[in-house]
Design a protein around this ligand. Structure first.
Ligand SMILES: Cc1cc2nc3c(=O)[nH]c(=O)nc-3n(C[C@H](O)[C@H](O)[C@H](O)COP(=O)(O)O)c2cc1C
Length: 373
């Protein structure tokens, strides 16, 4: 056990967590986290896809000592999961990403910081101490700003860059449109921009003098719809950090990531928040694994809710997974302690799932433990 976060009744099932979170925060913020784009078919399919695979355990193997560690690009990680980049966490809890960073430090779970955080990447890094951290990049229309963000991340000890490729523009998120809730517009995603010298140079008045004008400027440059494969050369030359592409769904994009010298990919559909009707992330995984042939690590997210989901994704060829909505709900219901509780229970669930699947090590998982159900 990592923490003693059991002041309130402990919470285990994802739907209980979701319900509790709903009761704890503003309805439009809850909806922002919970909802997907369009008709929310992909959001549902992400979870349903896991049910199509069944685990067939083999017993009488020594599972008295469990090893959940994974290795990514030669680095060993104690857990098979990292915290997915999630923006605007100041809308969820006043301590936002700082509370999550502290929970990451307490549980030794690697943290991936979003570009659109409420606090700056340096403030988050201070809270993390020497916890492993990566930086997710929304590639800005302003190339000098993009470079500045990457350089700042390098300096603050982030050890990999995840370029999110599935967001040339924001998906059609009907629930947020209905609520007219746009956290970027409300200033919850400006931590890295308002603190950036290149961004500040673009403004006539400082963000402190005129925050509304600064946010207008941010909205103009946050995404880069013209971004294309050839632009990756720029970031490849800019940094020696490993670069992952987040949002790969097509096997050919997996192959192209290799050709363009990327160090890894994240198979993800952004938790069903970009294009509705796209393939469930888990359904996309096997073909991508086949195409990439083990040449670079393949991380996975979208739909991870419990230990068996981790086993299934890794058995299908993922190197490790990213946990998204569950920890955000933990933050909503109980701040730092709420995140620790979610991570603690998630880790225990993986332990139990592995042992009861008859395996002692995550590294022993492969597709032979699965059948289509
Ligand atoms: C509220 C919210 C905000 C998110 N913000 C970002 C972000 O800033 N950058 C990014 O690359 N992905 C973002 N994501 C996507 C997550 O990184 C991840 O892909 C997704 O949460 C996985 O789906 P799941 O949480 O349903 O498992 C966000 C997801 C949620 C739920």
């Amino acid at each position: 056990m990592y923490g003693n976060s059991q002041k309130t009744k402990p919470i285990y099932h994802f739907s209980d967590l979701e319900k509790d979170a709903q009761n704890a925060i503003r309805p439009e913020v809850f909806t922002y986290i919970q909802s997907g784009s369009g008709n929310e078919e992909t959001l549902e399919d992400n979870v349903r896809a896991f049910r199509k695979w069944k685990i067939v355990p083999q017993f009488l193997h020594d599972v008295s000592i469990l090893d959940l560690s994974i290795s990514i690009l030669g680095e060993s990680y104690e857990h098979p999961f990292l915290l997915a980049p999630v923006g605007h966490l100041g809308a969820v809890h006043p301590n936002g990403e700082l509370a999550v960073a502290r929970a990451a430090k307490n549980t030794r779970v690697p943290f991936i910081g979003s570009t659109v955080t409420t606090f700056s990447l340096e403030e988050i890094a201070r809270e993390l101490g020497n916890t492993p951290r990566w930086f997710q990049l929304y590639w800005s229309k302003d190339r000098e700003l993009t470079a500045s963000l990457v350089k700042r991340a390098e300096k603050a000890g982030y050890s990999a860059i995840l370029v999110t490729i599935d967001t040339p523009i924001l998906g059609f998120r009907e629930a947020d449109l209905t609520n007219q809730f746009f956290p970027l517009r409300e200033g919850y995603g400006s931590g890295n921009y308002f603190s950036d010298p290149v961004f500040r140079k673009r403004l006539k008045e400082t963000p402190e003098e005129n925050p509304d004008a600064a946010i207008e400027e941010l909205l103009k440059i946050v995404f880069h719809p013209a971004l294309s494969w050839k632009d990756l050369r720029f970031i490849r030359e800019l940094t020696n950090l490993p670069i992952f592409l987040k949002g790969v769904l097509h096997p050919k994009d997996g192959r192209k990531a290799l050709e363009y010298g990327m160090d890894g990919i994240v198979v993800s559909n952004h938790g069903g928040r970009q294009l509705d009707g796209v393939i469930a992330s888990l359904d996309a995984l096997p073909q991508i694994v086949k195409e990439v042939k083990g040449e670079i690590p393949i991380l996975f997210d979208s739909g991870i809710r419990r230990g068996t989901d981790v086993l299934k994704a890794i058995a299908l060829g993922a190197t490790g997974v990213l946990l998204g909505r569950p920890y955000v709900y933990g933050l909503a219901r109980n701040g730092f302690e709420g995140v620790v509780e979610v991570l603690d229970h998630f880790r225990n669930d993986i332990d139990v799932s592995l042992a009861t699947a008859g395996k002692a090590r995550i590294s022993e998982l492969d597709s032979t433990i699965l059948v289509r159900g």
